[in-house]
Design a binder for this molecule. Structure first.
Ligand SMILES: *[C@@H]1O[C@H](CO)[C@@H](O)[C@H](O)[C@H]1NC(C)=O
Ligand SMILES: *[C@@H]1O[C@H](CO)[C@@H](O)[C@H](O)[C@H]1NC(C)=O
Length: 322
């Protein structure tokens, strides 16, 4: 009498395991999605994958696609053999579809046209009529945004030219670098300036001061490694935009200064020599000395107030050497 319950337990146990294996096995239809995130750029059309495993027809099933951002939104509903989007969230209107010819193969993927940044998030594909545990799956949608950078010439600083690079409408926030024609990163005039607009898009701006090179070609590179996108714009700065060479100007200024100094010293020397001699010569004579119109004049009063000599010299230069 003791063995019966034991064998009964074994019998039920084996039966239970068999039934479980059958029901959780291939005969149970499951919803499968994708473990990989779906990446897109704003404006792209995307497919959010969802299908039945095994491969049975979903033609007569109810398929519900919902968005799980903050509030649950109705994205797309397929029921009784047709799309039924009366309760669809307004921002998805006219942008969703399912592949009707694929339903018979269990493909219940959703096509979403012209994605926007606000479409990013989790989507749930749900078939409530299935008997399995796996009635739904979630798919992640990531939306990025990129744009071409724009370069402008701002002006000159010292002996270089100041360039500005600007690129708006990015998501996520990108990196911005300036490069020379050989691809070497140039030291920019400070870190990039960043702004974020109401739609979460980033504008990045960065200045660089460049000196003349063999090519005068410079590149602004904007990249977002998370979405693996890169945009570049190149500029050629014409030679005549650069200020005249520093060396030439310094040499020129030096020569000019040297000429002025030499001329002035020679003049002063000559002037001093001349007036000293004159004063010695006219020892017994009254001399009046005055300044008029930048000229120094001497009047020999002994000879009927007749002007003996007028020595002219720029009094300004003269005062420099006094
Ligand atoms: C699904 O089944 C159909 C036939 O009913 C077949 O043509 C198709 O290749 C199958 N698809 C997959 C993904 O197994
Ligand atoms: C479903 O059908 C679409 C359109 O033909 C196709 O691009 C997609 O890869 C299919 N998905 C699956 C999971 O078979």
């Amino acid at each position: 009498m003791k063995t019966f319950p034991t064998s009964a337990v074994w019998c039920f146990g084996i039966l239970f395991i068999s039934v479980s294996l059958i029901t959780t096995g291939s005969s149970e239809v499951q919803v499968v999605g994708s473990a990989d995130r779906v990446d897109a750029l704003a404006g792209d059309d995307v497919i959010l994958p969802c299908s039945l495993k095994p491969n049975v027809s979903a033609k007569d099933m109810l398929v519900q696609w919902t968005g799980l951002n903050l509030k649950i939104r109705n994205v797309h509903l397929y029921r009784q053999g047709r799309d039924s989007n009366e309760e669809q969230f307004p921002s998805y209107r006219g942008r969703t579809s399912m592949f009707h010819e694929e339903l018979k193969n269990g493909n219940v993927s959703l096509k979403l046209n012209r994605v926007t940044l606000s479409d990013a998030g989790s989507y749930r594909c749900f078939i409530p009529t299935l008997t399995s545990q796996m009635k739904d799956t979630t798919v992640q949608l990531f939306v990025g945004a990129v744009s071409q950078p724009v370069i402008s010439i701002v002006g000159t600083k010292d002996w270089g030219v100041v360039l500005k690079c600007e690129s708006g409408g990015w998501f996520p926030e990108p990196e911005m670098e300036w490069l020379d024609s050989s691809g070497t990163i140039l030291p920019a005039d400070g870190p990039p300036e960043r702004h974020r607009d109401s739609e979460d898009r980033y504008t990045v701006r960065r200045h660089v001061t460049v000196d003349k090179t063999d090519t005068n070609r410079f590149t602004c590179r904007v990249q977002q490694t998370e979405i693996n996108h890169l945009k570049e714009t190149e500029i050629h700065v014409p030679d005549d935009v650069f200020p005249k060479s520093q060396v030439g100007l310094i040499v020129g200024l030096s020569i000019l200064l040297a000429v002025v100094v030499l001329t002035a010293s020679a003049g002063v020397y000559k002037w001093r020599k001349h007036t000293d001699g004159l004063q010695g010569e006219l020892k017994n004579v009254k001399i009046e000395r005055g300044e008029l119109n930048n000229c120094m004049y001497f009047i020999d009063l002994s000879e009927n107030t007749f002007i003996k000599n007028i020595y002219c010299m720029n009094l300004m230069i003269q005062s420099l050497f006094r």
